[in-house]
Design a binder for this molecule. Structure first.
Ligand code: FMN
Length: 380
């Protein structure tokens, strides 16, 4: 288990960091700085010895330091970070200095200028205004993440959508559940040890699938709602993409994100999800999730298809008319996305048509479940 760093360890780390900049520092002198600090009523006594070559950290006290500082550890940290003005600190006696305070100049204040070569991956015009810069995708990947694959309702509702897309472009469907995807174990070996390479690279299918997606122009993430979110197999797949980003952080659209190792500048995504309950609110968590994912993957969402009561509509004779309209609208949506990079309002309205969840609706669904009790049926 990770232990909290002690104030002395924090001080030692700070001195080690300063030591990195000391070689090029233009103010080097011999002498010492004594810290007589206090944290949670425990003394934090340590000192730095400076000479022409180095800064050295020591615990305890030194006789006749060049300068000493006394106060709380937090106040010293605030001063070091530039959040506490030194004149104000002296005036209010938050920190008490003795000796030659000019000697603090031995501590480098400016860090070396941008020694890190951060890859550039700026916000694109396509990301900002996808519809304006939309071009017909040459290839679409449908990532069907229903663990029930071909037997699922996700597949049933996807079929007309795929049919619509296929009228205008090449579409390939992948059933994620048929592939082996290990969950990310958070080791960051792909950022620290072998950049870009996951420890599971040769051991499972993530790399192959991620590469396929990267080469297409549009990805449709299709999945049933599980426990108010994504099914685990999809979350595991998405988590693993950490190896495909750089560890560095850059400014995105009002938020920070990572630059990508693989850039397909016009790649977009569609979210396609179904659920058992009645209210659109059931999609709120995945809607927010994909909003964040879209930003952090530099990949705009060009369409969202959310269908509530997916099992109920399929099974009830009273929803047969709605089901037919829905299937046609899904086909239209597939065509519209490919051609225009968006779904029109009329189509969207049919897809999301509300089923109230009246007492009669609930009765029907409850009976449906009751009839299946103990029948040994697995493919509902
Ligand atoms: C483990 C599990 C969790 C589920 N959680 C939810 C949920 O939180 N909200 C909801 O509306 N439906 C939930 N459902 C219902 C599914 O979204 C619904 O049955 C869907 O049609 C299944 O699609 P599939 O046939 O492609 O697997 C859940 C189903 C399963 C199996």
């Amino acid at each position: 288990m990770k232990e909290m760093l002690t104030p002395l360890e924090v001080m030692e780390r700070m001195v080690q960091k300063l030591q990195n900049y000391y070689a090029t520092h233009d103010y080097k002198k011999e002498g010492s700085i004594q810290f007589l600090l206090e944290h949670k009523r425990i003394p934090v006594n340590c000192y730095i010895i400076a000479n022409k070559e180095s800064l050295a950290f020591h615990q305890g006290r030194i006789d006749n330091p060049t300068v000493s500082v006394k106060g709380t550890f937090y106040n010293w940290l605030a001063l070091a970070e530039g959040k506490l003005n030194p004149i104000f600190a002296v005036f209010t006696r938050k920190l008490v200095f003795k000796g030659d305070t000019s000697f603090f100049k031995v501590l480098p204040r400016k860090q070396l200028k941008n020694p890190v070569n951060v890859p550039t991956d700026p916000v694109t015009k396509f990301e900002k205004n996808t519809a304006k810069y939309w071009t017909k995708p040459k290839k679409v990947i449908i990532l069907n993440a229903s663990p029930r694959a071909e037997d699922g309702y996700t597949e049933f509702y996807l079929a007309p959508f795929i049919e619509g897309m296929k009228k205008h472009t090449e579409v390939e469907e992948i059933h994620l559940g048929k592939y082996k995807i290990n969950p990310c174990k958070g080791c960051f070996s792909c950022w620290m040890n072998v950049p870009g390479e996951c420890i599971y690279r040769e051991k499972d299918d993530h790399h192959e699938l991620a590469d396929k997606i990267y080469q297409a122009d549009l990805t449709v993430y299709a999945f049933p709602i599980y426990a108010d979110g994504l099914p685990g197999i999809l979350k595991n797949f998405l988590d693993r993409a950490v190896s495909r980003a750089y560890p560095y952080m850059i400014k995105g659209m009002k938020r920070v994100r990572h630059p990508r190792r693989f850039i397909n500048p016009n790649h977009a995504m569609v979210v396609f999800s179904i659920c058992g309950f009645f209210e659109m609110k059931n999609f709120d968590p995945v809607r927010s999730y994909f909003k964040a994912l879209s930003h952090n993957r530099h990949t705009p969402v060009v369409g969202e298809i959310y269908r509530t009561t997916a099992v109920g509509i399929y099974g009830s004779p009273f929803h047969y008319k709605l089901l037919n309209h829905l299937m046609s609208a899904l086909k239209d949506a597939g065509e519209q996305i490919v051609l225009n990079g968006k779904i029109n309002r009329k189509t969207q309205k049919i897809i999301t048509k509300k089923i109230k969840g009246t007492a009669k609706d609930l009765d029907q669904i409850n009976q449906w479940w009751d009839e299946r009790k103990g029948k040994g049926e697995l493919n509902y």
